[in-house]
Design a protein around this ligand. Structure first.
Ligand code: ZN
Length: 159
């Protein structure tokens, strides 16, 4: 007999947990850029997450994104996914992703349904919605991206 509910939300949660753990264990794009055009530091004092983001932007596109730092699994996985996603995007597209992720994690359901944004695996982070403390972990890298692209030199803090 076929399972009547092949895609229970629990299955999806398990899948997402694995994806997050995988990114946390072997973060993509981890390390520093020698010649960044943009950089920003993000701090989440509540959890102790700290990271520095390096971007190389040319022709208004993010050619390379790297990060280094330390923190909980969610903050590291989020930074890993974020750097993966924004490479190759224009600055404005990258910021549109930031807005969409922030809205999804903190806002009301479906406030942003821009089908042109490929959020893909970023949806894995939606599980933190129910845990306000973890939302700061998940959005830290994105706040650093926003800060770097806007050229702010002060460290960005979630507090
Ligand atoms: Zn954290």
């Amino acid at each position: 007999m076929m399972n009547a509910h092949p895609d229970t939300s629990e299955d999806i949660r398990d899948l997402y947990r694995e994806l997050i753990l995988d990114h946390a264990k072997s973060p993509r794009n981890f390390g520093r850029l020698e010649d960044p055009t943009h950089t920003a530091e993000g701090i989440n004092p509540l959890c102790g997450d700290k990271l520095r983001l390096y971007l190389q932007v040319s022709d208004d596109h993010i050619a390379k994104a790297r990060f280094e730092g330390s923190g909980c699994a969610i903050s590291m996985a989020s930074a890993s996914m974020m750097t993966d996603v924004v490479q190759g995007l224009s600055k404005s597209r990258a910021l549109a992703h930031f807005e969409a992720v922030r809205e999804r994690l903190t806002g009301t359901d479906g406030a942003i349904n821009d089908a042109s944004l490929d959020l893909g695996k970023l949806q894995a982070l939606e599980g933190v919605r129910d845990y306000p403390m973890r939302v700061k972990c998940a959005t830290l890298a994105w706040h650093a991206l926003d800060s770097a692209l806007r050229g702010q030199m002060m460290p960005v803090s979630t507090e």
